[in-house]
Design a protein. Structure first.
Length: 262
């Protein structure tokens, strides 16, 4: 495809590891440097939509309609308060979509097939996944060039990672041969906690240079921001969490450049 659109899926089947926070703040950081960015909210919880201040009544066309094949990404994307950043919101309707499309031959490709026109409009598309390796996440993996995996700095961080990596392998062998792991980002790091340091060591030992140098600290400003419908980067640019997400964005861009050059 002769366009420069990069589609990155943010996935981890564990909940509460920082997927949505990473989607929102990485997207904001990319938009701040002039990239045209779209988030696709594929979680029925709709945390990315809420965290970006999109009211329920402004979710006429949501990712549900996209997966049903009833709408195009371009029609579903709504602008956010962040310049250059739009979002395809989600609603609870997504909970039923697996059943609705279960019998369709193209059920794994619904997202990918709806993206054609969006590819010329946006330079980065980030897909925020639900905490499950279900059909929604498979749609996100089928549509992406790369996957970004947030891992929370806690004792069980590596547990479940091999299952996720196996799924990525299967997707690569069956539906999306070009899919690569962009990287693994350690989140909610608390430097006062010795265990967290141990987890960072372990993850780096197992996953090597797949792990970004940037580590996202646990930061109360980051957790407050969504209740104001704002990315942390807008809510408090100078807090340690926002600064870490800006640094992560530059690593992501560097890796995307290497991937496109390869
Ligand atoms: P997921 O999308 O993987 O379920 P979230 O991004 O929603 O995870 O994060 C889970 C919770 O942790 C949210 O309440 C969020 O505000 C909080 N959180 C995420 N990252 C941080 C951070 N760096 N510091 C403090 N709280 C965080
Ligand atoms: Mg989430």
């Amino acid at each position: 495809m002769a366009d420069n659109c990069r589609v990155i899926t943010i996935a981890n089947q564990k909940g509460g590891v920082g997927k949505t926070t990473t989607a929102i703040n990485l997207a904001t950081a990319l938009a701040a440097i002039g990239e045209r960015v779209l988030i696709i909210d594929l979680d029925p919880q709709g945390n990315a939509s809420t965290g970006l201040g999109i009211d329920r009544e402004d979710r006429d066309i949501s990712s549900h309609e996209i997966l049903l094949g009833e709408a195009d990404i371009i029609d579903a994307a709504v602008p956010t308060a962040v310049p250059n950043l739009s979002i395809v919101p989600s609603t609870m309707d997504l909970l039923g979509v697996e059943m609705e499309i279960a019998d369709a031959d193209d059920r794994v490709f619904r997202l990918r097939n709806s993206m054609e026109r969006a590819r010329s409009r946006f330079s980065y598309v980030l897909v925020d996944c639900p905490p499950s390796l279900n059909l929604l996440t498979l749609n996100a993996m089928a549509a992406a060039q790369s996957i970004l995996v947030p891992l929370q700095c806690e004792f069980f961080a590596l547990e479940g990672l091999s299952q996720l990596l196996n799924t990525v392998d299967q997707v690569r062998h069956s539906i999306n041969p070009k899919l690569v792991i962009q990287g693994i980002v350690l989140t909610m790091f608390d430097k006062r906690n010795n265990l967290a340091l141990q987890v960072v060591d372990d993850v780096r030992t197992h996953m090597g240079d797949k792990v970004y140098e940037t580590i996202i600290p646990r930061n109360v400003r980051v957790s407050e921001a969504p209740s104001y419908g704002k990315p942390a980067i807008l809510y408090d640019l100078n807090c340690a969490g926002s600064q870490a997400y800006l640094q992560l964005a530059s690593e992501v861009i560097r890796r995307e450049r290497q991937l496109t050059a390869a």
